[in-house]
Structures are given as structure tokens and as C-alpha cells.
Design a protein around this ligand. Structure first.
Ligand code: PLP
Length: 399
């Protein structure tokens, strides 16, 4: 009568959502401006005007076209627009057949996982990692293998990945610009990871007598949110890459649920992976991505992301926290600051922060101890008003 696993996922909402709900309760109780909610990755920058203009144009369509189902992989013109944009930006030669439109990055990663992973296999994640990866991997029947990022730079540690690979490893998930650390993986770091995977693929081919490559799932919803760092195009560095994307962050459309999966159709194996992505979307009940927002993608695919507000928040917050004695990872992208908690137990630190109405997310939910994530995708005034509280919290710890 009840699936206990699903009950567990539903009954215990994510830590991030729990803090978000607590923030809303506190705001209702003591006033919106007294609570500093740094929990969610909900972009504070409004969607660009081009999005509204596109929606207004679409509203003139006949209703059956406007609201009708699109083909399961998406509108041909949306898939083509994405392929053309990638070709312009990264010098590739993709076509619409390489792109599958999805209901945001959550669906992109879930479909990619279900497409390439079988029950009993393993998926490597780089810790700290986006907590939903565990839910999606386990729902695909696979197990999570956590590999710590380099603890100084929060780049991937290729030797640690190599040591964690087994004959059961089906995929590795990476996420750059990274949630939660803000690190952007450098070209040489990604090349080193690709070399590790290629070595393992060659070893397997020799042992098995046939190819069984590890798939690299590159989850990139923050690709455009950077402060000057290069974000290398991963499929150019490793052939067996599946890119997962959404417009939730780049166009500030998280509630509209639109993104894509890219599987470059370079081999028979890749064509089978794309068919499996379509099968996964079907099995998971994703009928098609929202039609209206697929049309927005056609019109806005090259719309630049407005990162100026995030850059200002980042600069003000990092300078202030440094002067109060906090240490953190210098964020090159995304809109999260990864700060060392002022005691080993990040949950206890967050409890103490609550006394000052500061609501960061403890690192335990991201698979590591002793840090917190501050989502700085908030109004500038929230950053500014929170600074005295961060200062008092540091003084509490004698910093
Ligand atoms: N992947 C990462 C790393 C994320 O941070 C998020 C959302 O915050 C997602 C995937 C899910 O994105 P979407 O809202 O497009 O489903």
C-alpha cells in the first residue's frame, strides 16, 4: 500500500527546503527584513525582457498549437536552436537529433542516469555534491560512490576518482560551475579526469573484449553564471559525455521547467544512449517539456545572463566575511559561497547562526562535514543587512 522509499523522500523534505520553510515562518513572525534566508538557489535576477516578449508573441498562436503536446523529444525548432547555439559557441557540428528537450535539469540528470545506468551499478559523485543526485541515482537502482574534491581548490581529484572506479562504475557526474562550492573546473583538471576515464575504458575493453565506456554526465545549469572563468566544453574533452542543462538559472526560469539533454550522435553507441534518454523520459512520465517555454528557448537561446547583481553580492559578501575572520572558497561561478563553519559540526554552527536569523545550509546535506553554503542569489539589501549578524556570529566564536 505504500512505497517506503518514496514515503521517505516525501516525508523528509530536503534540508534546503526545510530551511526555506523555516525562513518563511520566521519572516511571517518577525518581519521579512529581519530574516536572512540564504537557503535556496532561486535566482534573484529577473528573467530578461526578451522572455516576456517571446511569451507575448506565442500568445497569438492558435490555442491548439499554443497548448498542444509537442513531440516527445521537443519542438524541432527548439532542438535546432539549441544545437545552432552550441555550434556557434563551441565550434561543434550538432544537429537537432543531438538534443532532447526536458523539464529542467532535474529531469535532464534523471533521464541521463536512467538511460546509462542499470540497477546494481555505481555512479561517482564529487563531494560536496548537489543532494538530489543521491535521490536520482538511487531511484535508478544504482549506488552512490562519493569521491572528495581536492580540499584546497575544490577541483576534481583525478587520482581519487581513479581509485574509486570499479567494474560496476557506469557513470561519473560533474557539476561546473559547482553547486555548492562555486568552483569552476579548469581545462587541465577536466583533461586529467578524461585521461583517468579513458585509461579505465581501455583497461575494460582489453579485459572484456568489447567497449564499455564510463559515461560522464556533465550537469551544467550554472554554465553562464561565471565571474570571468573559462567553462570548458566537456564533450570536446571526453567523447562519452552527456550534457545536462536547464534555463532555471541562466534565464531565471526555475519555475517554468525547461532544459535539455545533449548526447552527441557520434557513434552507434551514442545513438542508443539518446534512444534510452527518450525511453527514460517516457518511463519517468515526462511527456514533453512545456510547449510555451520551448518556444521561449527558440527566441532566447542566446540571451546573455545578467550576472552583475550576483557579482556585486559575491564581492561585498566575501570581502566582509574575510574581514570578520571567516574562510571560504573564492567562487568563480554559480551563486553560492562555500564557507568553513566556525566549529566542526556545521549543523551546530547553523543552529547558532539562527540566533542571528542567519540561514545558510550546513554541508552535511552535501556529503561533507564542517562547511556551510550561502546562496547569495538574493537581493543586495539582504546581503548588506546581514553583515552585522555575520560579524556578531564570528565574535561569538572569538574570531
Ligand atoms: N543540478 C544542480 C547542480 C542544481 O543546482 C539544480 C538546481 O538547483 C539542478 C540540477 C536542478 O535544476 P532545475 O531546477 O533546472 O531542475
Amino acid at each position: 500500500m505504500l512505497n517506503e522509499t518514496m514515503y521517505g523522500y516525501g516525508a523528509e523534505s530536503s534540508k534546503i527546503r526545510e530551511i526555506f520553510s523555516y525562513a518563511n515562518e520566521r519572516k511571517a513572525l518577525i518581519g521579512e527584513d529581519k530574516v536572512f534566508d540564504f537557503s535556496l538557489g532561486n535566482p534573484s535576477v529577473p528573467a530578461p525582457p526578451a522572455v516576456r516578449a517571446s511569451i507575448e508573441r506565442s500568445l497569438a498562436l492558435p490555442p491548439e498549437q499554443l497548448h498542444g503536446y509537442t513531440p516527445a523529444p521537443g519542438l524541432p525548432e527548439a532542438r535546432q536552436a539549441v544545437a545552432d547555439s552550441l555550434n556557434r559557441r563551441f565550434g561543434c557540428a550538432y544537429s537537432a537529433a543531438d538534443v532532447f528537450m526536458t523539464v529542467g535539469a532535474a529531469a535532464s540528470v534523471s533521464c541521463a542516469l536512467h538511460a546509462v545506468v542499470s540497477p546494481g551499478e555505481e555512479v561517482v559523485v564529487i563531494a560536496p555534491y548537489f543532494p538530489e543526485y543521491r535521490v536520482w541515482i538511487e531511484t535508478a537502482g544504482a549506488s552512490v560512490v562519493e569521491v572528495l574534491a581536492d580540499q584546497e581548490t575544490f577541483q576534481i581529484d583525478p587520482a581519487a576518482v581513479e581509485a574509486a572506479l570499479t567494474e560496476k562504475t557506469a557513470a561519473v557526474i560533474i557539476d561546473s560551475p559547482n553547486n555548492p562550492t562555486g568552483a569552476v573546473y579548469t581545462r587541465s583538471n577536466l583533461e586529467a579526469l578524461a585521461a583517468v576515464l579513458e585509461r579505465e575504458n581501455a583497461r575494460r575493453e582489453e579485459a572484456l573484449g568489447h567497449a564499455q565506456p564510463i559515461v560522464l554526465i556533465s550537469d551544467e545549469p550554472y554554465r553562464e553564471i561565471t565571474y570571468g572563468a573559462e567553462v570548458p566544453w566537456v564533450p570536446a574533452l571526453y567523447e562519452h559525455t552527456v550534457v545536462c542543462y536547464s534555463y532555471s538559472k541562466s534565464l531565471s526560469l526555475p519555475g517554468e521547467r525547461v532544459g535539455w539533454v545533449l548526447v552527441p550522435q557520434v557513434s552507434e553507441g551514442a545513438r542508443r544512449v539518446m534512444a534510452a534518454v527518450a525511453g527514460a523520459a517516457r518511463a519517468l512520465g515526462f511527456v514533453c517539456a512545456p510547449a510555451l517555454f520551448q518556444r521561449v528557448v527558440v527566441d532566447c537561446v542566446d540571451e546573455p545572463s545578467d550576472v552583475a547583481a550576483y557579482a556585486r553580492n559575491r564581492d561585498v559578501l566575501t570581502q566582509a566575511l574575510a574581514s570578520y575572520g571567516y574562510t571560504y572558497v573564492e567562487p568563480d561561478g554559480a551563486f553560492y559561497l562555500w564557507v568553513r563553519a566556525l566549529e566542526d559540526d556545521a549543523e551546530a554552527f547553523c543552529e547558532r547562526a539562527r540566533a542571528y536569523e542567519l540561514l545558510p545550509v550546513p554541508s552535511d546535506s552535501f556529503g561533507v562535514r564542517g562547511w556551510v553554503r550561502i546562496g547569495y542569489c538574493v537581493a543586495y539589501e539582504v546581503i548588506e543587512r546581514s553583515l552585522p549578524a555575520w560579524k556578531k556570529l564570528a565574535r561569538d566564536y572569538g574570531a
